[in-house]
Design a protein around this ligand. Sequence first.
Ligand code: GRG
Length: 337
Amino acid sequence: MDFTLDTIRSRFEDRLDAVMRRAGAELTDFPPELAAMVDHLLASKGKRLRPTLVLGAHLAHGGDGEMALPLAATVELIHNASLIHDDIEDMDEFRRDSPSAWRLFGVRQALNLGDLLLPAAFHLFLQTPVTPGVRLRVLDRLTRELMRMVGGQMTEIAALHREPGGFPEYERVCAGKTGALFRVCLAGAAELAGEEDPGALARLEAAGTSLGLLFQGRDDLIDILGRKEGRFALGDLLEGKLSLLTVVARERLTGDARDEFFTLLSIPRPRKDAACASRMREILFEEGVVALALGRHAALVDGLRAELDALPPGLAALLADLLTRLAVAPETEPSKP
Ligand code: GRG
């Protein structure tokens, strides 16, 4: 079969929707206006990358995909919960080209919605038709990774507005907040298909960690290149966030440019305005930080590509497809913010 993101996503799209809708319907006996919030959430779909990876990894390990549908829906529900909470924490007003959940329903109900999705996700996973032993192993993986995800997010927030500790700190944050779910997608799906070899599972976990780093790096680059669809660009600089750019800035900047950049980074909102963020962006372009960060990201993409041969062929093909989408084209002229 053809292991591309598009073919796997479209092959399972209807069934994944049905499983997620069933989870929504079972959530509670809400009155209609509250049920409408859940419906809105389930209707606002993203790229469905994580469930597609679950299904692809299951197929690539000899599974039929069907048995992995509850896990696929589970990771997407957890991902959605994390986005709702993340938007509240960052006060991001837009998500998936529409107002974020807290803008639509208020902070309190958005928090509740995120909270609701988590037990719903676990409840759904428990319906996976595998032996209790396998189910428990994957459940254990899921809970451990979810703790790492929250840990990564907490570490990132603790690092706001300050000069970053360096690339290892950035890697740790990405391995948690973004890599955790990717590790579940790859290694959890393989376990559901019967994979027990510790070496094979470790390779899948390593690929998930690398994907988290690449995915987050791309997100960081898109923020500065001004190509964030439906969201404000430069949000990370405004927020004073640890990012691939601030880490490379720490390595690269010297003298006045360094002092100015990190002084601006340390200013909290709302004192830091769009003009501050634009000046920071200017420094990053002028001092070659953006070019270096693009190069660093491209090298990481190449690094993971070189490791794909160690994975089952179908999964290697699927991840090769993903890597072409994670590459970020360099931009010679910075567009005006
Ligand atoms: C699990 C409720 C809960 C909280 C965990 C808030 C938090 C703690 C973690 C946030 C983690 C986070 C938002 C990481 C960012 C990952 C990222 C780049 C998301 C964007 O993913 P896409 O592009 O989104 O796959 P779509 O919209 O396509 O699904």
